[in-house]
Design a protein around this ligand. Sequence first.
Ligand SMILES: Cc1cc2nc3c(=O)[nH]c(=O)nc-3n(C[C@H](O)[C@H](O)[C@H](O)COP(=O)(O)OP(=O)(O)OC[C@H]3O[C@@H](n4cnc5c(N)ncnc54)[C@H](O)[C@@H]3O)c2cc1C
Length: 393
Amino acid sequence: MAVATDEQKAICEMVRQFADEQIIPSAEHYDHEDSFPEPIVEQMKELGLFGVTIPEEYGGMGLDLTTYAMIVEELSRGWISISGIVNTHFIGSYLLMKFGTEEQKDHYLPKMASGQLRAAFSLSEPECGSDVQAIKTTARRLDDGDYEINGQKMWVTNGLLSGVVFVLTKTDPSADPKYKGMTCFICDKEPGAAENDGLTVPPKIKKLGYKGVESTELVFDGYRRPAESILGGEQHGLGQGFVQMMDALEVGRVNVAARGVGIAQRALELALKYSQERKAFGKQIAQHQAIQFKLADMATQVDAARLMTLRAAELKDAGERSDLEAGMAKLFASEAGRFCVEESFRIHGGYGYSKEYEIERLYRDAPLLLIGEGTSEIQRMVIGRKLLQRHKL
Ligand SMILES: Cc1cc2nc3c(=O)[nH]c(=O)nc-3n(C[C@H](O)[C@H](O)[C@H](O)COP(=O)(O)OP(=O)(O)OC[C@H]3O[C@@H](n4cnc5c(N)ncnc54)[C@H](O)[C@@H]3O)c2cc1C
């Protein structure tokens, strides 16, 4: 793994300060109210954080995946909901940058780089998440050349406040293999509006954690899109949706891994602080060996997760194959997040159960990372398959 460049160090320092001063002090308020952290998002726009990986010609910073992963770690250390607002936007911009037509890039990327337009992506449905090829949402070509989308989507992060959603549909439900009949549509919507000419956004889903950022269903009922809104255009994009989305999820895994590192790092910091403040049996609890062992295991997990995440990002940036490494980083770092949060929670004793302590929020937030963008079980399947591909007898 390469040493961080001066530019990367400066950007991380800036984002860490932003997290310390703006995110951490107000996260409790937005989490308890389950309200959208608008002022924080406005500042993120000013810092250019919505355009980190978007090329400079479109108004972004043009930075690589490695630097992006470092930024996500810092944001997630503050509050994973903040990194969630950026995450789906990052996947949307990746899809456009890699597969979009020139017209699509020119139309969307400048507004996305500034954060004026925020993106979501939507694969999951009420009856399927892991089994993406089982989706039922259809897009049917009409006589006038437009497509009509019908179906129901589930768990769309930023589903209400986003202005554009990358939606996976079936354009040929009888295709064999199934993935060849899947197409991704770029769907415009009015940010914040529940009704959008054939697209309804029901009230947000009530969740255990990951509050502040909304998760919603999307109900498509006769929602029309022109053929030009197929990602990559009708000629090149029809039937390519599954491949495009899986490619984006591979970089998304590095992103989720970075979120795991961030939440694990924060849990460690809270444990180091609390264990030196709290006394039991006449000394700081940090002086009890059982607590030191917990701290040692946590710090080791944080370091290993960070190194794996950065390695996967660097391989991708170097144009090398990184599917196996990204899957392993996502699996390890999300589990490290859960592990460190639980150990820190235990170190906090009864106070860990109180809403007055930050660890209580982390305890509710961490499990999401085990599920989103591929559960740990699915990661193991991906890793196993890739291992066998690389080591075929
Ligand atoms: C807060 C939140 C935000 C989300 N945001 C988005 C979003 O923005 N866009 C989006 O498209 N989706 C989103 N999701 C959906 C998420 O990607 C899915 O929940 C996830 O992929 C799992 O799918 P599922 O919930 O349908 O579980 P299922 O696929 O039904 O799985 C249930 C259980 O079975 C296991 N399982 C399934 N198949 C296998 C198998 N073959 N072998 C072994 N075990 C298996 C799973 O690991 C899991 O433990 C979000 C989810 C949450 C909770």
